[in-house]
Write a protein that binds this ligand. Structure first.
Ligand SMILES: *Cc1c(COP(=O)(O)O)cnc(C)c1O
Length: 317
């Protein structure tokens, strides 16, 4: 009953953005992605995958045994050409909504229109959008005011929702297909009912006035950080409007050194290096949360400004 209540609540919450949606709860987002991509694919299908997609989507493609077409980052024109040239009966486009290492957002609206035009499914991984994007926290689809029968939406519940697990929201026929065919759903034990109860409270908070205040606060922190670091000389903030705000440092050692200096001041920001990101784009992956305060973000800005000045002095290049 606890799982059913949660799935009904999630389906109702996502209803403004989906055609008669049902929701299916998974123990993790990794398994949800594995389930959706592998169950929708198959030998007769072609899967169109964006180049910066999360590893869990990529891992779902292999067991699907489908033909794969990779399209460049946010490149709708290339995707369009690829879809046009494809005469497979089953086409599946797969993309992150918010990219986890860059924080930028996929052009989901344009991609959804293409999918409708070409009869393709669109699998959206909204791990970093659900709970934070959109006025009511419904994620990327609300952010874009989007509703499409072709969309299969995956939101995770261990990030903004603060507990664990994930869900897929899609047309009831798609959900029934997953229940019958998705091995990562069928061959594992369901998450504990206690988690489902906790998640019902998470959705209540996301859907409340308090949730809206937290989103407003988070957006104010994002603006504060962008304002404070936007004018840096050597280091560059990636163009992102989400809570993921990467600061490109460049060299691996330099990024590690800045992360260590911040750590000494009690600020934890992980340094992300190749091969997770391209060579020479080692970065600090700053992730803001509604639990941070304005004072803390000001402290981070001051520390980074000072460290950038110091690094310039030590390295005459
Ligand atoms: C975290 C994440 C996942 C995996 O979700 P888990 O619940 O942690 O397994 C999938 N996709 C993206 C983009 C993520 O950031």
């Amino acid at each position: 009953r606890a799982h059913a209540d949660l799935e009904e609540r999630l389906a109702a919450f996502m209803a403004p953005h989906a055609e008669s949606p049902q929701a299916l709860y998974f123990c993790t987002g990794y398994m949800a992605n594995l389930a959706v991509v592998s169950a929708l694919g198959g030998k007769d299908a072609v899967i169109f995958s964006e180049t910066l997609n999360h590893a869990s989507l990529i891992d779902g493609i292999r067991p699907a045994r489908s033909h794969i077409e990779i399209y460049p980052h946010r490149d709708v024109a290339v995707l369009k050409e690829k879809l046009k040239a494809c005469d497979a009966e089953i086409k599946v486009v797969v993309t992150d909504a918010v990219f986890s290492m860059d924080g930028d957002i996929a052009p989901v609206k344009e991609i959804a229109a293409l999918c409708e035009q070409h009869g393709a499914w669109l699998v959206i991984d909204d791990a970093h959008g659900f709970g934070v994007l959109g006025e009511n926290g419904r994620g990327a689809l609300e952010h874009f005011g989007l509703k499409s029968p072709n969309i299969i939406y995956m939101g995770t519940l261990g990030k903004a929702a603060g507990v664990a697990g994930a869900f897929v929201a899609a047309h009831e026929t798609v959900i029934e297909w997953l229940v019958q065919r998705a091995r990562p759903y069928i061959f594992t034990t369901a998450g504990a009912p206690a988690l489902a109860h906790a998640l019902l409270t998470s959705i209540d908070i996301i859907d409340s006035e308090e949730g809206a205040q937290r989103r407003d606060h988070l957006n104010a922190l994002i603006a504060q950080l962008k304002d404070g670091l936007g004018g840096m000389q050597q280091w560059q903030l990636v163009d992102s409007d989400t809570a993921i705000q990467p600061l490109i440092i460049g060299a691996n050692e330099a990024a590690l050194k800045v992360a260590a200096s911040l750590n000494d001041e009690g600020i934890w920001v992980p340094a992300i290096r190749p091969p997770t990101v391209p060579v020479d784009t080692a970065r600090l992956r700053i992730t803001l949360s509604a639990a941070h305060s304005k004072e803390e973000v000001a402290q981070l800005i001051a520390a980074l400004t000072r460290l950038e000045r110091l690094s310039g002095k030590e390295d005459p290049a």
